[in-house]
Design a protein around this ligand. Structure first.
Ligand code: ATP
Ligand code: CA
Ligand code: CA
Length: 363
């Protein structure tokens, strides 16, 4: 935040950055509409296109009020292809992201990334580090191969990866699906890793209107966990297991399950909220006391590969702390602990279909 109260990121004001992102994405979509309809090739993922946007405009770009900048598009055809596969029409992508101001989000993470939400809540833009952007580009072919086969996946869907080169700074951003609906109010939100080491929301975080709570907060708030009907439980469990296998195969760790809860007022019946086509959907659930809720969930923050970033951190942390409780650990161990926590502490019970059937037949 600078003296005028405006957020700056890498010496760039949020408005310059937002302007550049919107012009750049608009350009990308226009360009993509001229692309051939064909299957995606492995080479498509190595392509990087760069466009210069001078303030006064150029033959290809409109004039604007921001600083001169370059907009780089990673794998333009690759992402164009994915957006199509995920059922996002090019016009919708452009309208969502470019027609109205983006909404800046407060970030609860420690990394200092900037988050923006599209005004229609469908997309989230996050700034990422160079290493994370490169890692995403490299894993794209394998990642999407799996993603497109797994209908229920809770992994993040990346719709675009870009780099704004403004002044002397490079700002890399990803566009992904927003997990939080706006059609219903969210009452509680947890970022869960399956670790208990320092996994508690800070005092500052707790003063926010919707704090992002963590593992220890969950254990305190819902000590008996959440109940799911067998059908939902089984799909969720299988899906998370598949997703973790994929993450493990890329040696990814430090990801979280974001769990958002809408509490249904006692004694009322609410029909399931309308959710955007692009979201992961909604899961009906109850607490052990029988309080009903809607749960929204998805895996986030997956661009940290152990091989790339974590080796050093692991070794020194392991020396000083109990290695098992440190949240930075080998990918296989991380995945196991993550799943174990979810099924032992979070989604603690599977209500067999039979019992709910017999209950209703007794009435
Ligand atoms: P760190 O690396 O310090 O954990 P980060 O800057 O990489 O943080 P994330 O962990 O990706 O940030 O996300 C921080 C918070 O932003 C999450 O806890 C969640 O509340 C929110 N968030 C992240 N991604 C999404 C998403 N796709 N939809 C909705 N909310 C999200
Ligand atoms: Ca995180
Ligand atoms: Ca991160």
């Amino acid at each position: 935040i600078d003296v005028t109260g405006e957020t700056t990121y890498k010496e760039t004001t949020a408005s310059d950055l937002e302007g550049a992102i919107q012009l750049g994405i608009s350009y990308t979509v226009q360009e993509a509409s001229r692309m051939d309809q064909r299957e995606v090739l492995i080479q498509d993922f190595e392509v990087m296109e760069s466009v210069y946007f001078p303030r006064k405009g150029s033959k290809w770009t409109p004039p604007h009020h921001y600083k001169d900048f370059h907009f780089k598009i990673y794998a333009p055809f690759g992402f164009f292809y994915f957006r199509e596969k995920f059922g996002i029409p090019p016009d919708d992508y452009e309208v969502s992201l470019c027609s109205k101001a983006l909404l800046e989000q407060s970030n609860s993470g420690a990394s200092g990334s900037l988050f923006c939400l599209s005004s229609d809540d469908k997309f989230i833009i996050k700034t990422v580090q160079r290493k994370e952007a490169e890692f995403l580009q490299r894993m794209l072919p394998g990642y999407y191969n799996t993603l497109l086969r797994n209908r229920h996946t809770l992994l993040p869907k990346f719709y675009g990866l870009y780099c704004v080169h403004i002044g002397s700074k490079y700002i890399r951003i990803v566009v992904m699906n927003n997990l939080l609906p706006t059609t219903v109010p969210i009452h509680l939100k947890y970022d869960l890793k399956g670790s208990t080491y320092r996994r508690q929301a800070s005092r500052e975080e707790c003063t926010k209107p919707l704090p992002t709570y963590k593992d220890l907060d969950f254990l305190r708030d819902l000590p008996d966990g959440i109940l799911l009907e067998a059908g939902h439980y089984d799909v969720l469990r299988n899906t998370i297991h598949e997703d973790c296998l994929l993450l493990q195969s890329f040696r990814i760790m430090d990801y979280s399950l974001l769990v958002a809860i809408h509490k249904i007022q006692q004694g009322t019946e609410e029909s399931p909220p309308l959710v955007s086509d692009y979201s992961n959907g909604v899961i009906p659930a109850t607490t052990c006391k029988g309080e009903k809720m809607w749960v929204f969930a998805g895996i986030i923050d997956i661009l940290q590969s152990y091989r790339l970033l974590k080796k050093l951190e692991h070794s020194w942390k392991a020396i000083f702390q109990d290695a098992d409780t440190v949240s930075v650990h080998r990918p296989g161990f991380y995945a196991d602990r993550f799943e174990k926590f979810l099924w032992e502490k979070v989604f603690t019970r599977r209500i067999p279909l039979k019992s709910s059937l017999s209950k209703s037949s007794r009435v």
